[in-house]
Design a protein around this ligand. Structure first.
Ligand code: HEC
Length: 223
């Protein structure tokens, strides 16, 4: 858009101005107004007309090329998701409570859990509206989903060290939790108490693998 204080000029006027300045080169680079430039224009109108057609065509080709380039340009990468919790808080708030529900069938059959008197407000998923085996299914899925959060860049550990989220060993430990969670989900769907109990072992071992390497003393963790 041409700002209101400038007047728009036509393609033909641009062509005239180009010819005028090439025939009568200004002494120094400066801002010229169209009427000033035209004062020096004494030459053939038909050259100007042909040139203006060239410019129109070039502009058209340029805008077509621009459109093609835009279509082919790779999309910019979406911004990394924001991080709100440090690693300890993420573990306490998301992985730990989910894992405990997955561990429950080791001790009791989820089918026998009574619903809370107000299941819609229950704080224990097993006694909630989505309780019993469904709670174990959901907790297994929550564990599997939560592993994605363990890979978000920018997560800090409680001692101020960045979680090593791109370290191949870290990524492998995260994958262990994800796989164990998805296996537990399938066993929970089948309401197979023995199998979920065996998989609980696998889940806790997967947590332990990472803790053994990266959650030692407060000072050296995540290093
Ligand atoms: C890829 C590595 C990794 C995996 C996998 C992992 N953790 Fe952690 N976890 C850590 C680290 C590192 C810390 C310490 C974080 C900090 O200091 O901020 C931690 C801290 C914790 C804490 C907090 C302990 C405290 O003293 O407050 C809990 C609870 C926990 N993890 C549970 C789990 C459970 C349950 C699983 C498996 C379902 C799991 N973690 C899987 C790396 C991992």
């Amino acid at each position: 858009m041409t700002p209101a204080k400038y007047k728009s000029i036509t393609v033909e006027q641009i062509a005239r101005a180009m010819i005028a300045t090439s025939l009568n080169r200004p002494g120094r680079s400066d801002v010229y107004h169209y009427p000033e430039m035209m004062r020096s224009d004494r030459h053939g109108a038909h050259i100007i007309h042909r040139m203006s057609r060239h410019i129109t065509l070039s502009l058209m080709l340029l805008s077509m090329a621009g459109a093609a380039l835009t279509a082919q340009a790779p999309q910019p990468a979406p911004p990394a998701p924001a991080v709100y919790a440090n690693l300890n808080q993420l573990m306490r708030g998301v992985l730990y409570p989910a894992a405990n529900v997955v561990f429950f069938p080791q001790f009791e059959n989820p089918a026998n859990v009574k619903q809370a008197s107000d299941p819609g407000m229950a704080t224990d998923p097993l006694t909630s509206t989505f309780g019993g085996w469904q709670a174990v299914e959901n907790a297994s899925l929550a564990l599997a989903e939560s592993t994605t959060l363990l890979l978000v860049p920018g997560r800090m550990c409680s001692n101020g060290v960045a979680a090593p989220v791109t370290d191949p060993q870290w990524v492998a430990f995260v994958q262990e939790v994800r796989d164990a969670g998805m296996e537990a989900y399938k066993a929970a769907q089948a309401k197979d108490q023995e199998k979920v109990s065996a998989l609980s072992e696998k889940v806790s071992t997967s947590c332990e693998h990472c803790h053994r390497k990266w959650r030692r003393t407060q000072a050296n963790r995540c290093k």
